[in-house]
Design a protein around this ligand. Structure first.
Ligand SMILES: [Zn+2]
Length: 266
């Protein structure tokens, strides 16, 4: 039995699918990451719980500010999120910005997925970057997913991008259900961390062995894991936001992650 299992596992890894994926039938992995089917247990086990982290924006410059945080039950307009998706827990960070505002890569990485949006446009048009440990200095693989884009980014899958490079334009795609025909122009940023570089990008993007992390945890630095972040003392939960200042450069200078919108000298 063990030999059979070992052979199957080897075959599965050769073919790029995990045993979980191979045995899970219609699901994409052993755990179901679908917004409408993921169980509460899966969400918790995979890090989608409030962390208590809060951003501290830099003084002397103007930055676009988030108005709905990781695992929040409310939207940026304070309305309750529908329990239809992820039991009402927000999978990322929402940052409002005007139509067409450039969105920047939060770190060096590579484009691994682009999608027009699924299930009546939930999430709208999206692009996903994969950040190797060498790109961020983290001991894990990081993914950044940018949603509600104005149109499909021209960057091809497989292309390397640099931190701060414009990768997309702000839109409102996938927001028309709640916000009506005018939509809500904002960026939704989801981040995942994974011990390996495997991801599934069929219907819903996710790393099968990875977890959601609070994007603010990525800006704060280790630990990234939601359980560890939740356990941090209150005074460790304020997160200075590393950023790019238009026409100047990155602050702090050696930061390997930045806010997805440029800040302006005010
Ligand atoms: Zn969002």
């Amino acid at each position: 039995m063990w030999i059979l299992l070992a052979v199957l596992t080897a075959l599965a890894s050769l073919s790029g699918f995990s045993m979980e994926a191979a045995s899970a039938g219609p699901r994409e992995s052993g755990l179901d990451f679908s917004p409408t089917r993921a169980s509460l247990e899966t969400l918790r086990a995979r890090g989608l719980e409030p962390t208590g982290l809060r951003p501290v924006y830099p003084a002397g410059v103007t930055c676009r500010r988030a108005n709905s945080f990781f695992a929040d039950r409310t939207r940026g307009d304070n309305s309750m999120r529908t329990p239809r998706f992820y039991h009402g827990f927000h999978g990322g960070l929402d940052i409002p910005a005007p139509d067409g505002t450039p969105i920047l890569a939060i770190a060096d990485g590579a484009v691994v997925s682009k999608k027009p949006g699924v299930e009546d446009g939930i999430g709208g048009i999206e692009i996903v970057l994969q950040h190797a440990p060498a790109d961020t200095g983290f001991p894990v693989w990081l993914y950044s997913q940018y949603k509600h884009l104005k149109d499909m980014p021209a960057l091809p899958v497989g292309e390397r991008v640099r931190m701060g490079q414009q990768i997309a334009l702000t839109g409102a795609t996938g927001t028309y259900g709640h916000y009506g025909p005018q939509g809500s122009f904002h960026l939704h940023l989801t981040t995942f961390a994974s011990p390996d570089d495997r991801f599934e990008a069929r219907l819903f993007f996710h790393p099968p062995n990875g977890s959601w992390i609070d994007p603010l945890a990525a800006y704060r630095g280790l630990p990234l894991d939601t359980r560890a972040v939740r356990a941090l003392p209150g005074d460790a939960k304020s997160v200075p936001i590393p950023h790019l200042i238009e026409g100047e450069g990155v602050v702090p200078e050696k930061s390997r992650l930045i806010w997805p919108y440029a800040c302006r000298r005010s």
